[in-house]
Design a protein around this ligand. Structure first.
Ligand code: F6P
Length: 538
C-alpha cells in the first residue's frame, strides 16, 4: 500500500538530488515527463521526480480509487457530502446530447435551456435589439458579485479582451464603496445594465453594492428604468425577484454548481456580453475537451492527474507550503487570484470526508503575478530564498499583438529562462563555480510549464477546467470534501455582530480587548473627523 508516508521516506533519499542530473541520466526525460493534449503541452520534467517516484504517485492515484471518484463527479453523485449535493459544474459544458438526472430532473438539459436563454438576451443586447427605453444602446454592464460570482468572469473578461466587441464590462465585488463608486461615477445609468450575480442572493457585499447601483439607476432614469436593465443570476430566484429583477431577466442555476466552479453558466453572463455567444461556446468547448481528456486518458498521460500529482509531491511530500502561479501572459493577471479561491476554498480543509482530522497538510498557499513583472518583485526569493516555492508557469507561443512580436519574443525567452535558471542555478552550460556566496544561486528549484499556441476562448476553457480537475485530484487523494466552504461562515457571523458596534455605537459585549481598542480608535477618529469637517464648513 503506497502511502504518503512511504513516499516521504522515498523522498528523503533523493531530496538533495540535482534535478539537472535527471536529464543527464535520461536524455529523453522531457518526453517522458511531459504530456501534449489538444494543443496544450504540460512539461513537468523540471521537478525532482524520477520514474520510480512517478510510479509511486500513480499507485497512490489508483489506491485512492480516483477513476471511480471522477466518474462519480461527472455522474452527479452527491460528493459534496456535507451539503448533500452533487458537484456538477461539468454539466454546464457537456455535449448537446448528454443527460444527467438529479432527482428526476435532467441537469444537463436544464443547463442547455438556460444557456440558450442567455444567448438570446446577449444577442439582443449586443445587436441593440434590446435597448434602453430612452434610446441608444446598452454600452456598459456592471457585474455585481463576489468570490466565484466575480473572480471567474472578471478573470475571463480580462483574459479574452481581444475577443471583446460588446458592451464594456465592469466588476464590483468589494463592499468598500471606493470600488462601486469608482465604477458608477464614469457610467451613464441610461445605457448601463447591472448583472447581480449571487448564488445565494444573501451575500451582504453583493446586496449592498446591488442596492447602491439600483439607487443609482433610479436616480438616473427613474424607478421604471430598473426592470429593463437589472439582470439577476442566482440559485435563489425568489430573492432575486424580490430585489426587483424582472422574472424574464433572472437566470437560475442548480445548487449543484459551486460558486468557484460557476463561470460556465449564468455567472458567465458578463463574459458572454463581452465576447458574444459564439466565443462563449468556444470557451465551453475547451472545457469539455479537457473533461473528456480527464475522464479517458491513462494517469501517466492525464494532464489534470499529473498536475495534481506534482501538487501532492511538492506540498504533502516535500513540504513546500506554497505554490506560485506565474502566467507569462499579462491577460492572465487575474488567474492567480482565481486559483486562490479555486484551490484554497476547495482544499483548505482540516477534516477528511468522514469527519476525522486530516493527517496531512491540505491546500498550499496559492499566490502569483504575471511575468515578467514578478521577476522584478519576488523572483529574488524564488532563486535565493530559504524556502523552496514550486512555480507553475504558463506561456503562449504567439501573442495577440503581431506588430509587437518582438515583445512576445522577450516574454517567452524570459519565461523559459526563469524555469531553466531556477533548475540549474548559476552554473550555465560550463558549470562555472561562483565563489561569491552572495551571488550563488543553488538552483534545484522545481517548476512546471503549461504552454499553448495562443490564449483563445477555447484554450482558456481548457486551462480553467484543467485546474478545476487538478484540485479535484488533490482533494480525492487527501480524502477531503473539495466542494463545501464552511470556514467562510464564521467571519460573516462575527461581522454581523460587530456591524452594530461600528455603525450604531453598540457596546462590543464579550469582545476581546484588542477588538474593543480598535473599535474605540475607529470611533475616536470618526468623531474627530466629524468635528474637523464641521469646523472647516463653519
Ligand atoms: O466565499 C464564500 C462564498 O460562498 C463563495 O463560495 C462564493 O463564490 C461567494 O461566497 C459568493 O457567494 P454568492 O454567489 O452566493 O453570493
Amino acid at each position: 500500500m503506497t502511502s504518503l508516508n512511504s513516499l516521504r521516506r522515498m523522498w528523503k533519499g533523493v531530496c538533495n538530488r540535482p534535478i539537472i542530473e535527471l536529464f543527464d541520466a535520461d536524455p529523453e526525460r522531457q518526453d517522458r515527463f511531459s504530456a501534449e493534449v489538444d494543443g496544450l503541452l504540460f512539461d513537468y520534467s523540471k521537478i525532482n521526480l524520477d520514474g520510480e517516484g512517478l510510479n509511486s504517485l500513480i499507485a497512490l492515484v489508483h489506491e485512492s480509487r480516483l477513476s471511480e471518484k471522477i466518474e462519480g463527479m461527472f455522474r452527479g453523485d452527491r460528493i459534496n457530502t456535507t451539503e448533500n449535493r452533487p458537484a456538477l459544474h461539468t454539466a454546464l459544458r457537456c455535449s448537446d446530447e448528454a443527460e444527467i438526472f438529479i432527482d428526476e430532473v435532467d441537469a444537463a438539459g436544464e443547463a442547455r435551456q438556460t444557456l440558450e436563454r442567455m444567448e438570446e438576451l446577449v444577442a439582443n443586447v449586443r445587436s441593440g435589439h434590446l435597448a434602453p427605453a430612452s434610446g441608444g444602446r446598452f454600452t456598459d454592464v456592471v457585474n455585481i458579485g463576489i468570490g466565484g460570482s466575480d473572480l471567474g468572469p472578471a478573470m475571463a473578461v480580462e483574459a479574452l479582451a481581444p475577443y471583446a466587441d460588446g458592451p464594456s464590462v465592469h466588476f464590483a465585488s468589494n463592499v468598500d464603496g471606493a470600488q462601486i463608486n469608482g465604477i458608477l461615477q464614469n457610467l451613464d445609468p441610461a445605457t448601463t445594465m447591472l448583472v447581480v450575480a449571487s448564488k445565494s442572493f444573501r451575500t451582504i457585499e453583493t446586496l449592498i453594492n446591488a442596492g447602491t447601483a439600483r439607487d443609482w439607476i433610479e436616480a438616473g432614469v427613474g424607478k421604471s428604468g430598473i426592470r429593463e436593465r437589472v439582470i439577476g443570476v442566482s440559485n435563489n430566484i425568489v430573492a432575486a425577484e424580490a430585489f426587483g429583477v424582472d422574472p424574464n431577466l433572472v437566470f437560475g442555476f442548480g445548487d449543484w454548481v459551486g460558486g468557484r466552479f460557476s463561470v460556465w453558466g449564468p455567472v458567465g453572463l458578463s463574459l458572454m456580453m463581452a465576447i458574444g455567444p459564439l466565443h462563449f461556446r468556444s470557451f465551453l468547448d475547451g472545457a469539455r475537451s479537457m473533461d473528456s481528456h480527464f475522464r479517458t486518458a491513462p494517469a501517466d498521460r492525464n494532464i489534470p492527474i499529473l498536475l495534481g500529482l506534482t501538487g501532492i509531491l511538492h506540498n504533502q511530500i516535500c513540504g513546500y507550503g506554497s505554490r506560485a502561479i506565474l502566467p507569462y501572459d499579462q491577460r492572465l493577471a487575474k488567474l492567480p487570484a482565481y486559483l486562490q479561491q479555486l484551490e484554497m476554498e476547495s482544499n483548505g480543509k482540516s477534516v477528511t470526508l468522514d469527519g476525522k482530522p486530516v493527517r496531512e497538510h491540505t491546500a498550499p498557499v496559492i499566490w502569483g503575478e504575471p511575468g515578467t513583472n514578478g521577476q522584478h518583485a519576488f523572483h529574488q526569493m524564488l532563486h535565493q530564498g530559504t524556502r523552496i516555492v514550486p512555480c507553475e508557469f504558463l506561456v503562449a507561443a504567439v501573442g495577440h499583438e503581431p506588430e509587437l512580436a518582438h515583445h512576445h519574443d522577450i516574454l517567452v525567452a524570459n519565461c523559459l529562462a526563469q524555469a531553466q535558471s531556477l533548475m540549474e542555478g548559476n552554473a550555465p552550460m560550463g558549470r562555472q563555480n561562483v565563489t561569491d556566496r552572495h551571488k550563488k544561486c543553488n538552483g534545484n528549484r522545481p517548476s512546471t510549464m503549461l504552454a499553448y499556441r495562443k490564449l483563445t476562448p477555447y484554450v482558456l476553457g481548457q486551462i480553467i477546467a484543467l485546474y478545476e480537475h487538478r484540485v479535484f485530484v488533490e482533494g480525492a487523494i487527501l480524502d477531503i470534501n473539495s466542494f463545501d466552504q464552511w470556514g467562510v461562515e464564521i467571519g460573516k457571523q462575527f461581522a454581523t455582530k460587530l456591524l452594530g458596534c461600528v455603525s450604531r455605537g453598540e457596546e462590543p459585549v464579550g469582545a476581546d480587548g484588542s477588538t474593543k481598542m480598535l473599535l474605540e480608535f475607529i470611533r475616536r477618529e470618526r468623531r474627530d473627523e466629524r468635528e474637523r469637517c464641521s469646523t472647516s464648513n463653519a
